[in-house]
Design a protein around this ligand. Structure first.
Ligand SMILES: Cc1cc2nc3c(=O)[nH]c(=O)nc-3n(C[C@H](O)[C@H](O)[C@H](O)COP(=O)(O)OP(=O)(O)OC[C@H]3O[C@@H](n4cnc5c(N)ncnc54)[C@H](O)[C@@H]3O)c2cc1C
Length: 293
């Protein structure tokens, strides 16, 4: 019985995941568990695997479409939140907020995460999905990553082994690997200069993105023909709605939740957009967000 096993963990039962995903989709999970340490995370994974219990790991929930009425177990790594900084080497555990880390680095005059000041994810997932913006990305500063392998061993992988490419990596392709800690190699820059870069990025986001409505950032990758947003906008889809999900009128590569969108609304809208853009431009848009079923 899982409750016996998790009795010495912080956990919650029958929880709505609405506040744990940035689309604010209102689905449930049976157990929401917060392991307090890496060893407790490994013991939990061992138990779940041995008992064939489905689980997902959630960071900020800012790149996912949670597409199930009820998840069995959701693991959050918020307690893995240690940051150590020695000279220009920054080590952050998976549960650290990327925005918080970007701000700490700015204060210390360490440059490399200025692009991430507006990315509402955690270090673990962002390392895995190679989050990026404004021609910069995690791959440029990740030195190495500590992961838990499918055999539940802790292994250190180098940047090269992570096989990074645009919004992709070995970890993203191999979901059985869990990032527990990322080591960044930063460069030095005057903190006012870093602040100025971050301020510029923030202003650009505010002017171009629908930050006042729930979303999960860009829906599609940019194809080579043109930015996805342009193809969607030129297809006349801005403001197109299914249920509570709408193509943002501010930025066509964002889907926003106007209030009570379900995962089916969002997925059906994605299908509509893909069909229309394919018909108009012969371009098969590739999803940047992840549908978790
Ligand atoms: C307003 C807004 C703006 C955004 N702007 C950007 C942007 O500019 N650039 C960009 O790249 N993204 C952007 N995003 C998307 C998102 O913030 C990033 O992709 C972010 O890196 C996701 O991190 P997360 O912790 O929220 O991941 P989650 O959504 O929680 O998880 C994403 C995936 O990673 C897995 N995962 C979670 N933790 C781990 C772990 N420790 N190890 C391995 N896998 C794990 C999850 O199971 C899931 O499969 C934006 C989102 C929003 C809402």
């Amino acid at each position: 019985m899982i409750e016996n096993f998790i009795s010495n963990y912080e956990y919650y039962k029958n929880v709505s995941l609405k506040k744990y995903n940035t689309y604010r989709i209102n689905v449930m999970c049976e157990y929401l568990i917060y392991p307090e340490s890496v060893s407790k995370l490994i013991s939990l994974l061992k138990y779940l695997k041995e008992n064939n219990i489905n689980y997902i790991i959630l960071g900020g929930g800012s790149n996912v479409i949670l597409a199930r009425p009820c998840f069995d177990v959701v693991i959050k790594l918020d307690h893995l939140n240690k940051i150590t900084i020695e000279k220009n080497i920054v080590v952050a555990e998976a549960g650290v907020s990327l925005i918080k880390l970007a701000n700490i680095c700015r204060e210390k005059g360490l440059n490399g995460l200025a692009f991430a000041g507006g990315i509402p994810g955690c270090v673990g997932a962002s390392t895995s999905v190679n989050a990026g913006a404004y021609n910069d990305e995690m791959a440029n500063i990740v030195k190495e990553v500590k992961v838990i392998t499918p055999n539940l061993e802790i292994v250190t992988m180098s940047n090269k082994e992570l096989n990074y490419s645009y919004r992709d990596s070995f970890l993203k392709q191999n979901k059985d690997y869990i990032c527990i800690e990322t080591t960044f190699e930063m460069s030095y820059l005057d903190k006012e200069k870093i602040a100025a870069i971050m301020d510029d990025r923030r202003k650009r986001r505010i002017s171009s993105q629908p930050l006042d409505m729930p979303s999960a950032g860009s829906v599609f990758r940019n194809p080579s023909l043109a930015p996805a947003g342009k193809l969607i906008e030129d297809s006349g889809l801005k403001g197109h709605m299914i249920g509570g999900a709408m193509v943002s009128t501010k930025h066509a590569n964002f889907i926003v939740n106007t209030g009570d969108a379900t995962y089916s609304d969002i997925i059906n809208l994605i299908d509509d957009i893909k069909k229309k853009v394919y018909k108009n431009y012969n371009v098969d848009l590739i999803l940047e967000q992840e549908i978790i079923r």
